[in-house]
Structure formats: structure tokens, C-alpha cells
Design a protein around this ligand. Structure first.
Ligand code: GLU
Length: 501
């Protein structure tokens, strides 16, 4: 049977970066097996539906290059791929369980359920829930007569459909990541399958769809592991074979203690969402990897290694290489620490792989001219983590320095420098404007200084200070070229005046 996997997010807000990793692992697995990747929108919880969230999911996957073979936009043989458009299907399957005595109608009001819970708690019952024992005291189609049930339904009394979970049964399955999971059915309550509003719950819709859409492997976050035994019971109730399960390890806080949350991003000054997101309810803006300057290929590579171990020292993987190497048996059991520094490292590596032309295009608006953009890229490419830093890290190439680092002034602006500065200006003055490039400047300057018996090494930091106001930075000769002869001479002049007075 050919592999079919699905990414099944609920559009309840922006897709968390952990969700993106789930999508990525599904995608890598599907592609590595020549299988299909589905996108299914699980929007049955109308109360939590957030407009725009669905589009956000599509945009995020597109940005990262995670291609969907079947889904709401691309369509496919199992359309519709949005659960809110499949209501009739769930109803039919819930009815099937009722007909076969595997599920039942329950008419209990919220007050009655509350009373039951309180009584069970007062009696110190281990597992106070609606289950094989307690259902016998409640108002449902097991305790009521067929006529009473028919009457209540005809009267439009609010009711739900619950799964009749067996009292004594053992559920065991082999998770491809967690290995054997064994749970006793007495720990599972009679979960609601259809809500009073006629909508299915996540559990019912999820199982029906995974079956109808012929999903072979369910790859999802570890937070769904506790639901898996119930899902197995549902497959059994329907008489269907369940898919394979692989529950992915949690993404942990940078410190490694506890689950990564939105708040961690705010506290740690990093994004936890793929794209920037503005909450339609309150206008709050959450940062995105994209807008922060992460490249999609770097983000993918970072996420791929967050919970999966390639089994080699290699860290840089193209999407093709990931597909070739990926396997579920190398997914770690333990949580993966979210280390934004590592993400930055990946970005730096991938930025260096980008062509100079590409980066020049990206910084053109700030650079002002194609020529300056190209020069800035040459100067900064190997020094930056994000493309935006190509310009933002060198503000002094756009504006004259406003001040001079006092520490460098104190330690470097000595008599020797005072003497040398006008000499440097003089030497540079002698280079024709059209030859004012880094190689020429370097050769002429160093040769002339040596000829005059001046040790260039002793005065270079002060020279840099005069030009940029700072004690360190990128290649000085290249910066002189970028600034141009006139500007350089002006800056030396100003520095001499400002610093020496
Ligand atoms: N709709 C669930 C979610 O939001 C999907 C869980 C699953 O993959 O079964 O994560």
C-alpha cells in the first residue's frame, strides 16, 4: 500500500513552529516513500475558529516549500478536505455506531453532569468520569427505553452521541517513535463523538477522515499520544484497521525545561511562528521567522534536526538530501530544545550560499544604487546572520559618524596618530578618484607609509575610528572604496578637528 500522510491543523490561530515541524516530517516521510501528503483543515470547533488562520497555514507551508498533494486548495479524490464541509459524513458514521450498539445518545444536562462529577468525587472514586459503570445512572439510550429516546429526539432535546467504551479491554499498539503503548480501557471515558450542535468532535472526525482518506501513517505531536488509545477503540468500533502512529517529541523551551510556548518567544526575543501574525481580536503582532530574516531553507534545515537525528555529523541538508535521508526510526523520543542560536547559525550558512546578485537585489532599497548594493554584499556577506544586517550593521556607510568611541580615542589616538592622520589624507589625496578602489588604496597607502617609516599596524585602528566612529568592523579598505575619495577625506578632516579639540 502506498504511503499517505496528512497534516491536520486546526485553524485556531497562527500555526506554531512545532506545527510546521509536524508538517515537515510528514512531508519528508511522504516524499521519501514516494507517497502522498494531504492537508486537512480540522475546523469542527466553531468556537475556536479564527478567520485568517487557514490562509496563514497555506502561506506558511508555501513559504517553506512544503508541497501538498491533496488539500482544500489543490483538491483531490477525497474532497472536501475541510471538516466543516463534511458534517453529513460524520453524522452518518456516528449513526452507524449507534445502530451497531457501539455508541449511544446521551441527554444529560450540564447540571446533571456536574452533579454526577461531584458525587463521584465525594465518593472518592478513582476515575470520576462518564464510563461503563457510571453511564448506567445517567440519562442515555442505554438506560432509557427506545420510546423515551425516540420521544426526546423528536422533541428536539439537546443530546450528544457517546462512544460505548468497553469496561475491560486492553489497548496496545506500537508507536513508531514511542514503541509499545499499553492502556486499559477502564481509564478511558465514554467520549463524546457528536456534540449537541450537530458537529463531530475532533476524535470522531479525525478517525473517520483518516480512514476514508486512506491515511497509512499518522505523524503528529506528542500532545496527541493520550488520545491515541481512544482512537484505536474507535477504529475497532468501526471494524477498521488503524494506521501506524508516530508521535513526535515536544519542542522544549531554550533552557530545556517544559514545552516551548508563545511567551518564551517574547521573553527570549525570538519568533515561534513561521510568519508574522496579527491577532484579529486584539491587533497583537507575533513575530515570524520569515519577517525576522530567516531563509526558508535555513528554517527547514533547523526544524528537520529538531527531534530527528540523521545519524551522521552532517548538519547542512538541502530539502532533497533531507528527503533522501529521513526515516521515522531516527526520530528521538525525548523533547528537542529550541535553540534559536542554532537557527541563526543555519541562516548564516545558507546566506553565504546565496549568490551575490541575489543578496544585492535584497539590499538594493537600503543601499540606494546597484553598485553600492554589490559593494555592501562583498563587504558584509560573510559577517552577517541576516540579509538585513548587510546594511544595518554598517550605519556609518550611510551617514557620517556622529561620535567617536571614547575608549578607542583614549587608547589609540596618540601623538603618532595625530602626526600620521594628515599624512594618510595626503597619500589618499594622491590617488585619482577613478582608481579609488580597495586594492589600489591598500597598495598605495601601505607602500607609502612603509616608505616613510610609519608602522601602518600601529595607526590603523585610529584610522578606522576616524572613518566609522568605531574601533572595529568590516574590511576598512573596502569601506574606503564604498565611501569614495571625497567622503573619506572629509571624514579624516572632521575626525582630526573633533577628536583633537
Ligand atoms: N487537529 C489536530 C491539531 O490541531 C490534529 C491532531 C492529529 O494530527 O491527529 O493538531
Amino acid at each position: 500500500m502506498s504511503v499517505r500522510v496528512r497534516f491536520a491543523p486546526s485553524p485556531t490561530g497562527p500555526l506554531h513552529i512545532g506545527g510546521v515541524r509536524t508538517a515537515l516530517y510528514n512531508y519528508l516521510f511522504a516524499r521519501s516513500k514516494g507517497g502522498k501528503m494531504l492537508l486537512r483543515i480540522e475546523d469542527t470547533d466553531q468556537a475556536r475558529y479564527v478567520p485568517g488562520a487557514e490562509q496563514y497555514i497555506q502561506d506558511a507551508l508555501k513559504w517553506l516549500g512544503i508541497e501538498i498533494d491533496e488539500g482544500p486548495v489543490v483538491g483531490g479524490p477525497h474532497a472536501p478536505y475541510k471538516q466543516s464541509e463534511r458534517k453529513a459524513i460524520y453524522k452518518e458514521y456516528a449513526q452507524k455506531l449507534i445502530d451497531e450498539g457501539k455508541a449511544y445518545f446521551a441527554f444529560d444536562t450540564p447540571e446533571e453532569l456536574d452533579t454526577m462529577r461531584k458525587e463521584l468525587e465525594a465518593a472518592k472514586v478513582d476515575n470520576p468520569s462518564y464510563n461503563a459503570v457510571t453511564r448506567m445512572q445517567m440519562k442515555n439510550s442505554i438506560t432509557l427505553s427506545a420510546d423515551e429516546v425516540a420521544q426526546k429526539i423528536a422533541n428536539g432535546e439537546p443530546h450528544v452521541i457517546r462512544l460505548k467504551v468497553p469496561l475491560k479491554d486492553e489497548i496496545r499498539f506500537k508507536d513508531l517513535v514511542r514503541d509499545w503503548v499499553v492502556v486499559h480501557s477502564s481509564t478511558i471515558d465514554d467520549k463524546v463523538l457528536m456534540k449537541a450542535d450537530g458537529m463531530p468532535t475532533y476524535h470522531l472526525a479525525n478517525i473517520v477522515d483518516d480512514h476514508l482518506m486512506e491515511i497509512t501513517h499518522v505523524i503528529r505531536g506528542e500532545e496527541w499520544l493520550p488520545s491515541a488509545p481512544l482512537h484505536i477503540l474507535l477504529y475497532r468500533a468501526f471494524g477498521w484497521q488503524h494506521p501506524e502512529f508516530a508521535h513526535l517529541p515536544l519542542l522544549l523551551k531554550p533552557e530545556g525545561n517544559g514545552k516551548l510556548s508563545k511567551r518564551d518567544g517574547v521573553l527570549g526575543d525570538f519568533p515561534v511562528f513561521p510568519l508574522q501574525y496579527t491577532d484579529p481580536a486584539n491587533g497583537e503582532v507575533a513575530r515570524g521567522f520569515k519577517e525576522d530574516g530567516f531563509l526558508p531553507e535555513a528554517t527547514l534545515n533547523f526544524l528537520a534536526l529538531l527531534g530527528w537525528n540523521p545519524g551522521t555529523e552532517q548538519e547542512i541538508f538541502s530539502l532533497e538530501q533531507l528527503i533522501d535521508t529521513f526515516s521515522l526510526d531516527r526520530i528521538n523520543k525525548s523533547g528537542a530544545r529550541f535553540d534559536i542560536q542554532k537557527a541563526k547559525w543555519f541562516n548564516q550558512q545558507y546566506l553565504r550560499e546565496r549568490s551575490n546578485e541575489d543578496l544585492a537585489g535584497a539590499v538594493l532599497p537600503e543601499a540606494g544604487s546597484p553598485e553600492k548594493a554589490a559593494q555592501l554584499v562583498k563587504l558584509m556577506k560573510d559577517r552577517v546572520t541576516f540579509a538585513s544586517e548587510i546594511t544595518s550593521e554598517v550605519p556609518y556607510l550611510f551617514k557620517k559618524p556622529k561620535s567617536y568611541d571614547p575608549e578607542i580615542v583614549a587608547s589609540k589616538w596618540n601623538d603618532q596618530v595625530k602626526e600620521a592622520m594628515p599624512i594618510i589624507a595626503n597619500i589618499l589625496e594622491g590617488i585619482p578618484s577613478e582608481d579609488f578602489n580597495s586594492t589600489q588604496i591598500h597598495d598605495v597607502l601601505f607602500q607609502s607609509l612603509t616608505d616613510m617609516g610609519i608602522k601602518a599596524g600601529k595607526i590603523m585602528q585610529a584610522f578606522r575610528l576616524a572613518i566609522t566612529g568605531e574601533g572595529k568592523g568590516p574590511d576598512l579598505m573596502l569601506m574606503l572604496e564604498i565611501l569614495g575619495k571625497k567622503e573619506v577625506l572629509e571624514r579624516i578632516e572632521t575626525a582630526i578637528q573633533v577628536i583633537q579639540n
